[in-house]
Design a protein around this ligand. Structure first.
Ligand code: SF4
Length: 353
C-alpha cells in the first residue's frame, strides 16, 4: 500500500491504525485546525486508513485562505499607490480580491515582489530609500515573531521606509468563535504543534474545559497525526476531554511588537482579540497608520464556498465549482490558491465527488 511505504516506520503506522480500529466503536468527528495537517492527511491517505466511524473535517487554519476579501482589497489599494513596493510570500499574489489580484496588479505595472523572508523585504527597503516597502504580514502565531523581528530590526537600523500591513491572526479565539456558532459538532480537535510551540498547550485548555472537546497537539508527520487520532479516539471512548500532546519535538518578540486586536476572518467574520496589530511604539512601521487606504465594498467570488469550508460545515466536494470551474490553474477562491487550502488538497490528492 502506497500509504504504508511512505511512512518512515510503516510497522508503527500499522500498529497505530490497528489500535485506532480496535478502539473506535462510536462515530466521531475530528477537526484538524491547520492547513498543514489537512495537506498531510490527504498526502498520506490518512482518511482512507481510518475506520468509517471517524470523520475528519478541515478547519480555518490556512492563513492565506482566511484573509478576508476586504483585506485583500486593501493590499491591492496599497499596491496601486505610487512609490509603493509590496513584498509578500508566494501564495498571496494569486488570491483574488474583489476586482483583481496582486498577480494581475503586477501585470498592470504595480511593483509586487515575492520574498522568501522578511530579511529580503528589509533589504529591498534599504536598496530603495525613495520608495515605501510594505511587507504583507500574513500568518498565525508561528509567523508573527519573524515579522515582529523585522520591525524591531527596521527600528534599530532606522529603516524608515519599511512598513508591515499586519493581517496576522491568532488561532485559539477563532476556534472559540466556531464552537460558539454551533454549526459544526466536534468530538475532537487536532491542534497545530508549531502554534502550540509558541503559545504552549495551555492555550487550548478552554476547549476541553468549557466545551468538553478532547484536544491533542500534533506534529505534521503521518505518524504524529495517527498518534493524535489514536489519542483523540481514546478520549472519546472514555468520555474524557483534556489536552494531550502528541508532539514532543519541538516570544516575547511577538508581544513586544504586536498587540491583540479584532480580526476579520473569511467566512467567520470579525472575532475579538484574534488578530495582531503593531503596538503604538512601532506605528512608524505600520502600513495602516502610514497610508490612507480606501477600499470599495468587497465583492465575494460568486458560488465559492470557502467560508463554509473554513468553518468545517461544508467540504470542497459540496461546491459545484470544484474541479469544473475552480482548479489550481484557474482558482475561484483562496482555498484553491493556497498550498495549504482544503480545496487544493482535495484537488491534488484526489478525493473525488
Ligand atoms: Fe471556493 Fe473553488 Fe473551493 Fe469552491 S472549489 S469553495 S470556488 S475555492
Amino acid at each position: 500500500m502506497k500509504f504504508a511505504t511512505e511512512f518512515r516506520n510503516s510497522d508503527m503506522a500499522k500498529g497505530l491504525i490497528a489500535r485506532i480500529a480496535r478502539t473506535a466503536t462510536r462515530p466521531a468527528r475530528f477537526m484538524e485546525f491547520c492547513g498543514g495537517h489537512t495537506v498531510a492527511i490527504f498526502r498520506y491517505g490518512i482518511r482512507q486508513v481510518l475506520p468509517k466511524t471517524i470523520e475528519m473535517v478541515s478547519g480555518p487554519g490556512c492563513p492565506v485562505c482566511v484573509t478576508a476579501t476586504p483585506d485583500i482589497d486593501k493590499m491591492l489599494a496599497l499596491a496601486e499607490m505610487p512609490g509603493v513596493i509590496i513584498t509578500t510570500f508566494g501564495d498571496m499574489v494569486k488570491v483574488p480580491g474583489s476586482r483583481s489580484s496582486l498577480q494581475k496588479a503586477r501585470a498592470g505595472g504595480a511593483d509586487v515582489r515575492m520574498v522568501y523572508s522578511t530579511l529580503d523585504a528589509l533589504k529591498i527597503a534599504q536598496d530603495n530609500p525613495a520608495k515605501s516597502v510594505v511587507f504583507l504580514g500574513i500568518g498565525f502565531e508561528t509567523t508573527a515573531p519573524t515579522v515582529a523581528a523585522s520591525v524591531v530590526q527596521a527600528e534599530e537600523q532606522d529603516i524608515g521606509n519599511y512598513y508591515v500591513l499586519s493581517q496576522h491572526k491568532l488561532c485559539p479565539p477563532v476556534i472559540r468563535a466556531i464552537l460558539n456558532a454551533g454549526e459544526v459538532k466536534l468530538d475532537g480537535l487536532i491542534c497545530p504543534g508549531h502554534v502550540s510551540a509558541i503559545t504552549g498547550s495551555r492555550a487550548w485548555e478552554f476547549i476541553a474545559k468549557e466545551y468538553h472537546i478532547p484536544c491533542v497537539v500534533s506534529g505534521f508527520e503521518p505518524l504524529d497525526i495517527l498518534q493524535c487520532v489514536a489519542m483523540l479516539t481514546n478520549q472519546v471512548e472514555h468520555g474524557e476531554a483534556k489536552v494531550e500532546i502528541a508532539y514532543r519535538r519541538g516570544v516575547a518578540l511577538m508581544d513586544r511588537v504586536f498587540e491583540a486586536c479584532p480580526a476579520n476572518w473569511r467566512g467567520i467574520g470579525t472575532v475579538p482579540a484574534s488578530g495582531l496589530k503593531l503596538r503604538p511604539e512601532y506605528s512608524r512601521h505600520d502600513a495602516e497608520a502610514k497610508f490612507e487606504i480606501r477600499v470599495e465594498p468587497a465583492i465575494e467570488p460568486k458560488g465559492c464556498l470557502c467560508g463554509e469550508v473554513l468553518r468545517g460545515v461544508k467540504t470542497p466536494l459540496d461546491c459545484h465549482l470544484f474541479r469544473k470551474v475552480c482548479t489550481p490553474e484557474s482558482p475561484v477562491g483562496p482555498c484553491m490558491v493556497s498550498s495549504e487550502g482544503s480545496c487544493s488538497a482535495y484537488y491534488l490528492y484526489g478525493e473525488e465527488s
